[in-house]
Design a protein around this ligand. Structure first.
Ligand code: CTP
Length: 443
């Protein structure tokens, strides 16, 4: 098996719009020990953090630790400082309320509109977006009461992050673990990205994107298949379309993972800070990275140009011209490289999805030939690949798009036209994200 070379960029390295005021709520769960890491990541990203803990949270983690890491006193009760009407003051200043961990009890109280401690009173009062990161035992999470609470909270526009699966506090394991702090902060910053900064810290009102709470994986760029330590087989893909898709998904509230192959650093640096970037150099690296990222994804969009073939053998040392066998053109030596097919990542996502029910979107750059036009080849590929959507890139062909930066015909798995669009890569990206969201919402 090929060795996997991936690197995850530190999420939230910079604040997109300068420092923002974040309230981090901590409720009673053993996972409260991870809260300081969440606070630290937010502060490293340049944000101001005020911690509001419940009484039971402080049985699991000490207030001094939370105060030290946040740089502010930790508040707990509505009556700690009644003269200051603290729940109103804290709520009005907040630009985001992030609760990590959110216990089953906290979810129930927020759903019921309770205000029996400073955290729930703050959530009830605040106009800021609310992100909840649940952590609890599997049975509590799967209990219809909790699931019903989560569904209602999401309907109301709160973001409830999916808990991880794995080892729980006791001997057993299952779904219900608090996600890693990096992931929580990445999702929280995706929400903040969509909230314009305001002078008084109040929400500007527009954060309910159609992909709120969803995870979208996008691949971008072009893989390179090594021949020897200095040479590779590559392609001209810049990764611009994939980056545009990542931005369009963030605009709609998604948590986004971009699996990139050789995309220029300027393009990656221009991405919203909430985007998690995973690097994959070869088709095999990309196969593993995409499938790993897609395990909890709602949609996977394969915009990368994946090499169809790779050399059968990769020379350990630089191949010398003189060692090449046979006669080539103009009396020069010839050499040949035997190639073997790479796995088709897109087809694999369709036939063996990492997560049941996820939407799979592919691209196809077709030129048309004697056998048929762009649409003919695109429709055949759509049926062959079976993706929910296939964006056939028809730039320069005779489909009436004219001389535009990019143009696509979007086909379904039967090869029937679903939509067409033209314009900048960003406009094409927004069209595809809209169509993907439509499929996720069943319309
Ligand atoms: N793709 C993939 N894995 C590969 C090759 C392609 O996942 N090994 C994906 C691309 O990311 C794209 C789609 O499949 O979303 C179509 O890629 P394209 O190169 O147009 O199709 P191929 O299957 O390579 O067909 P051909 O080159 O014969 O046109």
């Amino acid at each position: 098996m090929d060795e996997l070379h991936t690197a995850v960029s530190p999420c939230a390295a910079t604040a997109s719009e300068g420092p923002r005021r974040v309230v981090v709520g901590v409720s009673g769960s053993i996972a409260a020990y991870k809260a300081p890491f969440v606070v630290r990541l937010l502060r490293q990203a340049g944000h101001e953090v005020k911690v509001v803990a419940t009484e039971s949270a402080l049985r699991f983690i000490g207030a001094p630790a939370l105060a030290a890491v946040s740089g502010q006193a930790v508040s707990t009760g509505v009556f700690d400082d009644p003269a200051a009407v603290e729940h109103v003051a804290v709520a009005e200043r907040a630009e985001l309320v992030l609760v990590a961990p959110a216990s089953a009890d906290l979810l129930a109280r927020v759903r019921a509109g309770r205000a029996d401690d400073l955290l729930t009173a703050t959530i009830l009062t605040s106009q800021a977006p609310v992100v909840l990161a649940p952590a609890m035992h599997t049975q509590m999470w799967l209990n219809p009461a909790t699931q019903d609470n989560v569904a209602v909270l999401r309907e109301r526009g709160l973001t409830v992050i999916e808990p991880d699966s794995g080892r729980l506090t006791g001997k057993d394991s299952g779904v219900g673990r608090l996600p890693e702090p990096e992931q929580i902060v990445s999702e929280a910053l995706a929400v903040l990205d969509r909230v314009p900064g305001t002078k008084d810290g109040a929400r500007a009102g527009e954060y309910g994107g159609v992909l709120t709470g969803r995870h979208v994986v996008v691949s971008a760029g072009g893989t390179r298949e090594p021949i020897d330590p200095v040479r590779y087989l590559g392609n001209r893909s810049s990764g611009r379309q994939g980056c545009a898709l990542a931005v369009a998904a963030v605009e709609q509230g998604a948590r986004v993972t971009l699996v990139q192959a050789h995309v220029a650093s300027e393009l990656l640096e221009a991405l919203p800070p909430s985007v998690t970037v995973v690097s994959a150099g070869t088709a095999h690296d990309m196969l593993h990275a995409v499938r790993e990222a897609a395990r909890d994804a709602d949609a996977v969009i394969m915009a990368a140009a994946v090499a169809d073939f790779r050399p059968v053998t990769v020379a350990a040392t630089k191949i010398k011209k003189q060692a090449s066998a046979g006669a080539g053109l103009d009396g020069e030596p010839a050499m040949s490289i035997e190639l073997t097919a790479n796995p088709d990542i897109l087809t694999g996502l369709v036939t063996n999805p990492p997560r049941v029910g996820q939407i799979v979107v592919g691209f196809a750059a077709e030129t048309g030939d004697d056998d048929g036009d762009v649409f003919f080849h695109g429709a055949a590929k759509a049926r062959r690949k079976g993706a929910h959507l296939l964006a056939v890139n028809a730039v320069g062909e005779d489909l009436g798009f004219g001389d535009v930066p990019n143009a696509v015909v979007v086909l379904d798995a039967q090869g029937s036209e679903v939509a067409r669009g033209q314009g900048s890569k960003m406009e094409v990206a927004r069209l595809l994200i809209d169509l993907t969201a439509g499929l996720l919402h069943g319309s």
